[in-house]
Design a protein around this ligand. Structure first.
Ligand SMILES: Nc1ncnc2c1ncn2[C@@H]1O[C@H](COP(=O)(O)OP(=O)(O)OP(=O)(O)O)[C@@H](O)[C@H]1O
Length: 268
């Protein structure tokens, strides 16, 4: 079957199964080194997909394929077919700024801008022209903080620096900042690895709440976290996607012995 027919079939399946993103044969090269060897993955809409696997297996590299963040790395090249609502996000006519607005990202280490709490959230809506006046901008800022579960803690100090918040609050600020530009997908690269257990629990609760409105893909080293927050889990190993399944099956009855080995702590 030719590629177009293949994609038509894939697009049809996407409509039926409500897959927000469809990835086919994604390969990533850093110079001559092939770091991902042809990944196929369907990402269900308004669910949480967890990417797990030992260090260096390619989870972050794969995550960055989904919003073209690999484009920003010198010498990095992506091939294959990666679609958002059926649209090829690597098509030369696609505006990469728009792709990154539709597919937002939250990083491992909270990285608020050196600006006020208000301006951290208002920054994206301002550059994307999402508010016609100050009242609308205020509303976006308030709604985003509310959705990120942070409004109650910061509403009296919106002009204070975002960097003055605790680590967990800063990460929720970064989630609010991602939400402010109305993304459809949110990518999270180990968002809790710099946080204590209480702040981690808050972020996990938040992920659970916001999945009603957003499609989420999360990289995590914690199998407990994957089991708690995700509905679908993908296990990567040495640049391959070894197994993908609904999370419960993945952790109770994995089909590949490498998955079994990893989740039972035999390696990784
Ligand atoms: N900027 C880069 N330049 C060159 N090689 C890279 C770069 N980033 C990642 N790699 C290589 O690609 C492979 C996959 O790395 P990646 O960071 O995606 O793995 P990971 O599963 O996210 O690891 P970790 O769990 O440790 O974060 C590794 O062999 C790594 O060395």
């Amino acid at each position: 079957m030719d590629t177009q027919a293949n994609m038509n079939e894939t697009a049809a399946a996407q409509t039926l199964d409500a897959h927000k993103m469809i990835v086919r044969n994604a390969k990533v090269y850093y110079g001559d080194n092939e770091a991902l060897h042809g990944i196929d993955l369907d990402i269900p809409e308004r669910q949480v997909t967890a990417l797990i696997g030992p260090s260096g297996c390619g989870k972050s590299t794969f995550l960055r394929c989904l919003n073209r963040m690999n484009d920003t790395i010198d010498g990095c090249r992506v091939t294959g077919d990666i679609r958002l609502d059926g649209e090829d996000i690597y098509d030369p006519n696609v505006d990469v700024v728009q792709v990154r607005a539709r597919v937002g990202m939250v990083f491992q280490k909270p990285n608020p801008f050196p600006k006020s709490i208000y301006d951290n959230i208002a920054y994206g809506p301002r550059i994307h022209g999402l508010a016609k006046d100050r009242t609308e901008l205020d509303e976006i800022v308030m709604t985003s903080l509310e959705r990120a579960g942070l409004l109650g803690e910061v509403k009296d100090r919106l002009s204070s620096p975002g960097t003055g918040l605790s680590g967990g609050q800063q990460q929720r600020l970064c989630i609010a900042r991602a939400i402010a530009v109305s993304p459809e997908v949110i990518l999270m690269d180990e968002p809790c690895s710099a946080l204590d257990p209480i702040a981690t629990a808050k972020i996990e609760e938040l992920i659970d709440e916001i999945k009603e409105n957003y499609t989420i893909v999360i990289v995590t080293h914690s199998m407990q976290q994957a089991a708690r927050v995700s509905q679908k889990t993908a296990f990567f190993h040495l640049g391959d996607l070894v197994e993908v399944n609904d999370t419960e099956t993945m952790f109770t009855n994995p089909s590949d012995e490498r998955t079994q080995g990893y989740i039972t702590g035999r390696f990784g």
